[in-house]
Write a protein that binds this ligand. Sequence first.
Ligand code: FAD
Ligand code: N01
Length: 530
Amino acid sequence: MADHDVIVIGAGFAGLYQLHRLRALGFDTRVIEAGADVGGTWYWNRYPGARCDIESVEYSYSFDADLEQEWDWSERYAAQPEILSYVRHVADRFDLREDIVLNTRVESLDWDDATQRWTVTASDGTPRTARYVIAATGCLSVPSRPDFEGLADFAGEVLWTSSWPHEGADLAGKRVAVIGTGSSGLQTITAIAPLVGSLTVFQRTPSYAVPAHNGPNADRLAAARTRYPERREVSRASSKGFDCDEEARVLLIETEAEAVVGELDRRWDIGGLCFGSGFSDLLKDADANEAVAEYVRARIREKVKSPELAERLTPRTYPIASKRMCVDTGYFEVFNQDNVTLVDLAERPIARMTGRGIVTEDGAAYDVDVIVMATGFDAMTGALNAIDIRGTDGHSLRDKWAHGPRTYLGLMSAGFPNLFTVTGPQSPSVLSNMMTSIEHHVDWITRALTHLRERGLRRMEADPDAEDNWVHTTNDLGDLTLMPQAASWYMGANIPGKQRVFMPFVGGVGLYRDLTNGIAVSHYHGFELS
Ligand code: FAD
Ligand code: N01
């Protein structure tokens, strides 16, 4: 039996940094990763056009000043191959690989009260135990694979953006269908439109998208290098975990219409996800939200030549930013191409697949060579629920979370001692620059384990009352916003049968950091330590 101080599940950005921190402090740590290499999201999602939509100088580690100074980000938003090289470089640079077990999936975790340890069962059959387990399993790591009738009969190729073939896919000249118009769909569609013979886009819900204005990065990188520490600190104190120039925020409903448009124009020209950040009531006031949504709708009309097509591509059924906004580079313009067709599933849902392609409920048949599924993820809870986790008295986490996740601070769940989650549900995680949130959680967990060790303690568990309060707080805060109005993956609404509950903490990264650090200072108020 291999016994460790800590087992970390997942070798994405979170798992790697967690290993680096703990090993430096002398904790015997193993990382177990299902994939054949490190990188997590950036190992699996290799579809054409995949890139980050937070600037690379912010969507990167901040823990090592030399790494910051030495790594060259070639574009404002790095593409997937460059991000994957960066993660691999980090694994090599800090000698992390020797403590990572690849190609191995953790299947179950069982808490043993007598030994105060977790038994970790994984697909390689090696028996392992650990004092602590840290789930760095990712919020967007379990693909949603809708059960389309007849999919197995389709004679062509089916490709999933979330597990794109490593050798690539030759789409040149082919008849390609893409199902899904979230961030993955938008990026794929834009990248493949110039190559394919014909492209048929199956859209269930249109997305709000803001321009990336991507491009070479030399000037930005040079500027960032002169003030990385200051910039990172602004990000850590911000609401979204990256610098969105929030200082000058005002209430849209108290601002002259002309000034509103001026501010939206300014941010549109800068590009990226800070677009709505000038207005503090964007997600709180329906009128404010509608004004910003209308601005984006007008921009779509400018880009799409056919007014009828523009209208179909225009989101109207949910508030802007209540689903994660997309960042695009010419997505809407793709629909001006003769070889691109939009199928509006709101009018004609998919009925089934056949040997030749896709048939909609009105009987229309779309014959294609390749179907690309950009249908998203079982987000936030999917990867945790995929593991059979049994806490004290054999209680299952899956059962406990059947009506939605229950955590204290998004870090632990009562009844599951010594089990931590990095960017777990009910923390800011997916509403933020994930790098900022990952580094904060890893630092917080590392500090907690050090605190226990220094005091000869062996067990840490969330107090059920503190957890109840936190669950109410996160739900109530979510309900104060417009976010629950969308059928989004934040709500679990994209997975049939999943409980609809708003999962992230909306209070912002800076507030959350102060709160959680304050709890650490107050000897982990709300946790039981023994
Ligand atoms: P992941 O990268 O998801 O890694 C988790 C790892 O755990 C995976 O490798 C998985 O195989 C492994 N794992 C899970 N379960 C098990 C198990 N049972 N046993 C063994 N291994 C397991 N966020 C941003 O902030 N900005 C962006 O621009 C951005 N772009 C994105 C683009 C795409 C295409 C996607 C899908 C997500 C994007 N995200 C972005 C979110 C992204 O997931 C995070 O930024 C970040 O990469 C998450 O890192 P992680 O280590 O927490 O999780
Ligand atoms: O997934 P999504 P994603 N029939 O859930 C549709 C991050 N990310 O992989 O909206 C027909 O957003 C679904 O329709 P609807 C980012 O956080 C970032 O694109 O549910 N359609 C939707 O259009 C992002 O938010 C980047 O009605 C079906 C699409 O599929 C998150 O990952 C890039 C369907 C799924 O969109 C997830 O993005 C990529 C069905 N049965 C990802 N089921 C960056 O740019 C689903 N759909 C950084």
